[in-house]
Design a protein around this ligand. Structure first.
Ligand code: TXA
Ligand code: MG
Length: 349
């Protein structure tokens, strides 16, 4: 399949630039598009064949449900059976934005889209291209992240092209995304809202709006019997081909430990990388250092993470040491992705 690339010109009116992409979605085709979190791979959420082709293009297990995107809360009524009070409050506070809510579904969205579940995940993104695409097409867009299953989510059109070129109808290149981590997922079907996937909107942010909220205990559990509620959180994800190890502890001790490990690995002829903050990048010797951003700027760290995870593969890194980035607001979300990428290999020094 020949994948069309539509490059957005920000100085021109959006609607007419999206006409072809909207037509593809209406006919059941697949279009990747930018959102403020990561690029999504879109198809018509009401069309079960479109959903099936999303799973096929990504190589995604069919029990892992898709997020349905809408451009306006008024679109919600048509696809959910109930809008709980907490959902209204959270939608008022954080939509449009990087938050996905889980609702009880009605019969409009097929089980092919929800991975067989009776609930449906819905997000109202703030990105102008995502919104204009839905307005123009009138399509409820089912969209997982636009990566091959298991790889880091795409934050640039280039990443989507790497993974999906030849497998989907079109890619809308709207430049780099803003946040760079997937949305916070919150289940509002129970009394106490539960965060199923951490993201830019933190537990504290949610509690300010609804009072009490909690994390899904399955996200942090090492116990295989306590499974995460979001099917996607159960799978291995983001891992580079090289061996990634996170080193946690006091700054000077982390630097010393990593430098010792580098010396040993280099003597064995290995290609070694270090994922470090801008502040500590200069303290490493004899390895390729990838500065991720300043510890004073956690948005920058989140924004660069997936691009760097992909670059380790491109540049053939065999062993990668990473500092831990437990920043105040989105550190929880950053560390959730980094630890998954490392297969939970952590050394505490
Ligand atoms: O920021 C985002 O959320 C991006 C952009 C494109 O919107 N999308 C995204 O989709 O990250 P995806 O498919 O990569 O991740 C969706 C996650 C998966 O972990 C899936 O299991 C979970 O949402 N999910 C979807 N529907 C669910 C449901 N009904 N109940 C529980 N978890 C659900
Ligand atoms: Mg994904």
């Amino acid at each position: 399949m020949d994948t069309k690339i539509f490059k957005i010109n920000e100085t021109k009116e959006l609607g007419s630039q999206l006409a072809d992409a909207a037509g593809i979605l209406q006919k059941g085709g697949l279009v990747a598009f930018p959102t403020e979190t990561v690029y999504g791979l879109g198809g018509d959420a009401k069309n079960k064949d479109a959903s099936k082709s999303i799973y096929a293009a990504k190589g995604r297990p069919s029990d892992n449900p898709l997020i349905v995107h809408i451009p306006d809360v008024a679109w919600l009524d048509e696809i959910v059976s109930e809008i709980p009070e907490n959902a209204k409050k959270l939608a008022d506070a954080f939509w449009p934005g990087p938050m996905t809510l889980i609702f009880k579904k009605n019969e409009v969205i097929p089980y092919e889209t929800t991975g067989g579940l009776d609930t449906v995940a819905v997000r109202l993104p703030s990105h102008p291209v995502a919104r204009a695409l839905m307005e123009k097409s009138g399509v409820y867009i089912a969209a997982p992240s636009a990566n091959t299953s298991g790889r880091p989510s795409p934050t640039k059109a280039k990443h989507v092209i790497e993974d999906l070129s030849g497998k989907i109808d079109a890619i809308i290149d709207g430049g780099e995304v803003n946040i760079g981590l997937e949305s916070t997922i919150i289940d509002v079907t129970e009394e106490i809202p539960m965060i199923l996937r951490p993201g830019y909107i933190s537990l504290e942010d949610v509690e300010k709006v609804v009072g009490k909220a909690m994390y899904d205990p399955g996200i942090f559990s090492e116990n295989k019997n306590v499974r995460p509620k979001a099917p996607g959180m159960r799978y291995r994800h983001y891992a580079p081909k090289g061996n990634l190890i996170v080193v946690d502890g006091e700054k000077a001790a982390v630097c010393d430990y990593i430098n010792e490990q580098i010396a040993e690995a280099v003597s064995q002829g290995k290609k070694v990388a270090v994922l470090a903050s801008n502040e500590t990048a200069d303290t490493y010797r004899n390895a390729k250092v990838y500065p991720i951003g300043s510890l004073e700027n956690e948005e920058e760290i989140a924004h660069n993470l997936y691009d760097l995870l992909r670059r380790f593969d491109e540049e053939g890194m065999e062993l990668i040491y990473s500092e831990a980035f437990e920043t105040p607001h989105i550190g929880q979300a950053i560390m959730n992705r980094l630890l998954k990428a490392a297969g939970h290999q952590v050394v505490s020094v």
